[in-house]
Design a protein around this ligand. Structure first.
Ligand code: GLU
Length: 277
């Protein structure tokens, strides 16, 4: 899809220069044969890159939807979409879709469109297993807290819990960086969605970290698409099929297996929101 748009643009530029159009053959050879999908690379169980292999729930949902839209796995190109870059990547047509623990928010909805939601998580805290002090966002006073730039998680801390600057919020580009700071003792906690934290804790292993288990938001994961895209309805149809045929459950079970995390059954699978007209 992305390639088509770029091919057409390139052809238009070439025609303007040389007064010669691109033949339709050329367009089809490079044509709409790929789907560029933005995912996270550092969220085990959700979006994770291991060599040339991509795994996790977001990847499984992306592959399912792509298949329903008529793309084979070989036609998908996964690229990294860190939290702070997601809107820009969609606005700049660098990706066709984003499946990257991407919460639907009013602010983001002004500049991109969303299909879904396909999962509802809640913001929570990851701490060292022997930490008995941090029990929720109200107990972070005087603590060093890591979160990711451009995430709703960092924003909520700034807007709601750190109004008197008593929390030392450290913002990093990605979740792996936050985890390293927690492991190294430079921060006392990491905050983001519970399902992400559960995957990080499991990856870290040996019971060194724990998720506090006191969620304080509802994060509705949407499929980010460029504003005005005509794909929303088709994506929602694919998600409905995924909920109905058992594949969604299978994917979420695989994602959370061994993490101890149980998705909120009252909120999942979520009710889809109608696509913007
Ligand atoms: N779901 C939240 C967000 O979209 C936090 C996780 C993330 O950074 O991807 O900002």
């Amino acid at each position: 899809m992305r390639t088509t748009r770029h091919t057409l643009m390139a052809c238009a530029a070439v025609s303007a220069l040389f007064l010669a159009g691109c033949s339709s053959d050329e367009s089809t050879t490079q044509d709409s044969d790929s789907l560029t999908i933005g995912i996270k690379f550092d969220q085990p169980g959700l979006g994770f890159k291991d060599g040339e292999t991509y795994t996790g729930f977001d990847v499984d949902v992306a592959k399912y939807v792509a298949d329903k839209l008529g793309y084979t796995e070989d036609q998908i190109e996964f690229v990294e979409a860190i939290s702070a870059n997601r809107e820009t990547m969609l606005e700049g047509d660098q990706v066709d879709m984003i499946f990257a623990t991407y919460s639907i928010t009013e602010e983001r909805d002004q500049v991109v469109d969303f299909a879904g939601p396909y999962f509802v998580a809640g913001q929570d805290l990851l701490v060292r297993a022997d930490d008995m002090d941090i029990t929720g966002p109200e107990s972070l006073s005087g603590k060093n807290l890591c979160s990711v730039s451009g995430s709703t998680s960092a924003q909520r801390v700034k807007d709601t819990y750190d109004t008197g600057s008593e929390i030392n919020l450290v913002e990093q580009p990605g979740y792996s960086e936050c985890l390293s700071l927690l492991t190294g003792g430079q921060v006392d906690a990491v905050t983001t969605d519970d399902i992400i934290l559960a995957g990080l804790a499991a990856e870290e292993g040996s019971g060194a970290m724990k998720v506090v288990g006191n969620p304080f938001s509802e994060e509705r994961y949407g499929v980010g698409i460029p504003e005005g895209s005509d794909q929303c309805t088709a994506i929602n149809e694919a998600l409905t099929e995924m909920f109905d045929d058992g594949s969604w459950q299978e994917a979420i079970d695989a994602a959370t297996d061994g993490t101890g995390f149980v998705p909120n059954a009252d909120l999942n699978p979520p009710t889809l929101v109608e696509c913007a007209a």
